[in-house]
Ligand binder design. Structure first.
Ligand code: PLP
Length: 413
């Protein structure tokens, strides 16, 4: 059997949607992007949704929108994909990394201690689709001792009057918190539509706004659409709608708009997401969870509790007491059986670039602990029952072999 890690979901509806766009002769930003934004509003209940060409570019734009600049700090977890910190560097500011909890999410207490008078934003990552502790994070940023430390330097910072809470929702499309879509628990939630994510547009992202009433969300939407298109007053589609050729450039925006040909893929997936694609992911996650629960080496991942429910983007299997080398060998074993597994994530302080600018994994012991024992298993709607059983059997065998080896080694020494 050959089981890839996360192939995109491409059914007839996706193909039809793309063909429809091709035949319409309109392939860049236009009606399909508008429809995708509307679907994102329906799913998240957000006040505005702006599609862009990646999570990363969307995050850079929103940090710039908030006026984050050189000398500012943005708090991020050490345990994430590099983009979570790189967007902060691209905005000119300093990513202040903090350690994570045992559920992989940023530790709100560590966040509280990392706040300084330079802190402008927090980027909280819903790892594997599991929402961060947003109630605590909101309590931290709204605490009067913390708001007193906040020095607004731009109009948007004045309007908010406190640290901006951005959710890195790259994994968590469809996740819930306290009975509402998790996106509503932060000021801005940014989703990724990269090829491996739950919903994809090949490359793409969506910014969902749930800003306070001090902001005019309709105006912000118009402004951000312009920002994502060179600060241009009219997009190409509007110009074809008989609104005239003349346009203006109001400010130096970015060029990060999403094309319709990409939106067409995501649109066809999103229309089946809540009723079909997400429930299938959930079913697979619980099949893994219930079966592996029979083994004492299994550390269950966070999937759902009274407060939160995951989007089941990853199944982060953790193996009790395994070393990093032992974990690597299990992945090798699985690879030999045709199963592609992965690790989410190598903590950023372990990557060459972040090391070179002074980050050290020793400062983030729990990020290392989670990383060293983690294996992300294939989880996607196209997996057959036979494939899932095959993965389960081989994981169990691989771990048994590895634990046996480790015990022999310990005896020998
Ligand atoms: C995929 C991912 C991103 C980046 O998304 P892009 O759309 O590829 O820019 C950011 N954060 C996390 C946690 C991710 O997994």
């Amino acid at each position: 059997m050959k089981i890839p890690f996360s192939p995109p979901f491409i059914d007839q509806a996706v193909i039809d949607s793309v063909m429809d766009t091709l035949r319409s002769k309109w392939i860049t930003s236009g009606p399909k992007v508008k429809e995708l934004e509307q679907e994102m509003l329906n799913l998240t209940g957000s006040r505005a949704a702006i599609c862009v060409n990646s999570w990363t570019s969307g995050a850079i734009m929103m940090l710039k929108w908030f006026g984050v600049k050189e000398g500012d700090e943005v708090i991020v977890p050490a345990y994430s994909y590099c983009a979570t910190a790189l967007c902060v560097l691209h905005a000119g500011a300093k990513p202040v990394m903090v350690d994570v909890l045992d559920d992989f999410t940023i530790d709100p207490i560590k966040v509280r201690y990392a706040i300084t008078e330079r802190t402008k934003a927090i980027l909280a990552v819903d790892i594997a689709g599991w929402p961060c502790n947003y109630n605590l994070l909101n309590a931290v940023i709204k605490d009067s001792a913390v708001t007193k430390m906040f020095y607004p330097e731009t109009e948007n910072q004045l309007k908010l009057g406190r640290i901006l809470l951005i959710s890195d929702a790259a994994h968590s499309i469809g996740a819930t918190y306290g009975g509402v879509p998790a996106a509503q628990k932060s000021d801005i939630a940014i989703f990724s539509f990269h090829a491996v994510k739950n919903v994809t547009t090949a490359e793409g992202g969506c910014i969902c706004l749930n800003l306070t009433d001090n902001f005019n969300v309709a105006e912000e939407y118009t402004y951000l659409k312009m920002y994502s298109l060179n600060g241009q007053t009219k997009d190409a589609f509007t110009k074809t709608m008989g609104s005239g050729w003349r346009y203006d450039i109001l400010f130096n925006g970015l060029k990060i708009n999403m094309p319709d040909i990409c939106a067409a893929i995501g649109l066809a997936q999103l229309r089946q997401y809540k009723d079909l694609l997400l429930p299938v992911r959930k079913k697979i996650a619980y099949k893994y969870n219930n079966t592996f629960s029979l083994f004492s080496w299994f550390v269950p991942p966070p999937l759902s509790n009274d407060e939160r429910e995951s989007s089941y983007h990853l199944f982060p299997l953790r193996i009790r007491d395994i070393t990093e080398e032992g974990r690597d060998q299990i992945i090798e074993y699985l690879s030999g059986k045709g199963i592609t597994a992965n690790v989410h994530f190598i903590p950023m302080p372990m990557l060459t670039y972040f090391k070179s600018i002074g980050y050290d994994i020793q400062d983030y012991p729990n990020s290392y602990r989670q990383y060293a024992c983690e294996i992300s298993l294939p989880i996607y709607p196209q997996l057959t029952n036979a494939e899932i059983d095959y993965i389960i059997v081989n994981v169990a065998n691989a771990v048994k072999e590895q634990i046996y080896k480790t015990k022999m080694l310990k005896k020998a020494s």
